[in-house]
Write a protein that binds this ligand. Structure first.
Ligand SMILES: Cc1ncc(COP(=O)(O)O)c(C=O)c1O
Length: 383
């Protein structure tokens, strides 16, 4: 049986483009005129503006968030024989980047309320080989950074924030990206600050790290065709820099719009049998996703599809249970909170342009579906 037409998409990138079309078109045509296609003045301008936004002295623009993680680890001196502590409940890049650097990911479980690294689990995972801790600000909510920084300082470890989903989030009033020693962002098109193609960046206030990362992103050159490090081609394109400069000017307003969507969802989903996302006391959550939780996740998703509501699952398999990472050596049951979350989470549609009618439509559909046993007939779509 084919699915009914989509009434509320999970995401609508076209709506956002339409809202800023003249500014974007102008920025794109300026790059075409200047022909500064790789790095160049727009990328340099974006680096200055994003560093200021993140409250750091340095930003290095790259071609993806994955490249950012890779170079952050290399700048921190992570290499073969080292261990890096991170979480299994994340997009797989957080774990894979540690392997890119030739090191071993050591995983710790999450706090089930925030879905982020449980600081209490970190200390027990530290060995003489541990070099860095890599917390992820999942879904746009900062991890609990104070206890993570405290344990890192006590053991002489570098902290690398994976802020790929958390542009503009705050921890106790401080911008993510400025809390650890180095931070990594993704500008994949669906992100809160998304390029029109691939993109990423590192922020840091450590000038030595920044210098090394700048060289590594451009073939390890300190001047043209003189290669002092074995580097990579991880440079940001000029078009993406120009587009991101335009979009950065709108980011705060878009974040507030996301937070307004969340207030409406929270209000309309109070009396129904799902767990709503929790904004931790330290957080300004930027709601990259609005992720609810229920033991009947799969039947809820099926029912929502039948009612024309698109959803997403972030993420149905934790990293340690992915076939590609089986050799990390963790069995099922190793991280009970991550594994339960993977079975229970469902992300509802969220984007700044989501209308009040669409929010009400989604809330009605969720209420129509929850409590229903898996496999039972699904109610008629609400029209
Ligand atoms: C938590 C997290 N880390 C890293 C990445 C990798 O970023 P990119 O897709 O830009 O390489 C992503 C993006 O999907 C992510 O969500």
């Amino acid at each position: 049986m084919s699915n009914p037409p989509v009434k509320v998409p999970y995401l609508d990138l076209k709506a956002q483009y339409r809202s800023i079309k003249p500014e974007i078109d102008d920025a794109v045509s300026k790059v075409l005129e200047s022909s500064e296609f790789v790095l160049g003045s727009e990328v340099a301008g974006f680096e200055r503006e994003f560093a200021a936004y993140c409250e750091t002295t340095e930003c290095i623009a790259l071609n993806s968030g994955t490249s950012a993680l890779h170079l952050a680890l290399l700048a921190a001196g992570v290499g073969p024989g080292d261990e890096v502590i991170t979480v299994p409940f994340t997009f797989v890049a957080s774990v894979a980047a540690v392997l890119y650097a030739g090191a071993t990911p050591v995983l710790v479980d999450i706090d089930p309320r925030s879905f982020n690294m449980d600081p209490a689990a970190v200390e027990a995972a530290i060995t003489s080989r541990t070099k860095a801790i890599l917390p992820v600000h999942l879904y746009g909510q900062p991890a609990d950074m104070d206890p993570i920084m405290e344990v890192a300082r006590r053991h002489g470890l570098v902290v690398i924030e994976d802020a790929a989903q958390a542009h503009g989030a705050k921890y106790k009033g401080r911008q993510v990206g400025s809390i650890g020693d180095i931070a990594c962002f993704s500008f994949y098109p669906t992100k809160n600050l998304g390029a029109y193609g691939e993109g990423g960046a590192i922020t840091t206030s450590n000038a030595a790290y920044a210098r090394k990362i700048r060289m590594l992103r451009d073939w390890g050159q300190d001047r043209k065709y003189h290669h002092v490090l074995r580097g990579y081609n991880y440079r940001m394109e000029g078009l993406q820099g120009a587009i991101l400069r335009v979009k950065l000017r709108h980011l705060e307003q878009w974040t507030e719009a996301r937070r307004a969507v969340v207030s409406q969802y929270n209000h309309q989903l109070t009396d129904c049998d799902i767990e709503r996302p929790v904004e931790m006391p330290w957080a300004r959550h930027v709601y990259h996703t609005y992720t609810v939780r229920t033991v009947e996740r799969d039947s809820l998703q099926t029912s929502l599809v039948a009612q024309g509501i698109q959803t997403a699952i972030h993420y149905a398999e934790p990293a340690h249970l992915q076939p590609a990472y089986a050799d990390l050596g963790y069995a099922e049951g190793a991280f009970p909170h991550a594994e339960a979350a993977a079975r229970q989470v469902l992300s509802l549609p969220i984007y700044p342009e989501l209308t009040a009618e669409a929010i009400a439509e989604v809330a009605r559909a969720v209420k129509n579906a929850v409590g229903r046993k898996a496999g039972a007939p699904i109610a008629q779509p609400v029209v």
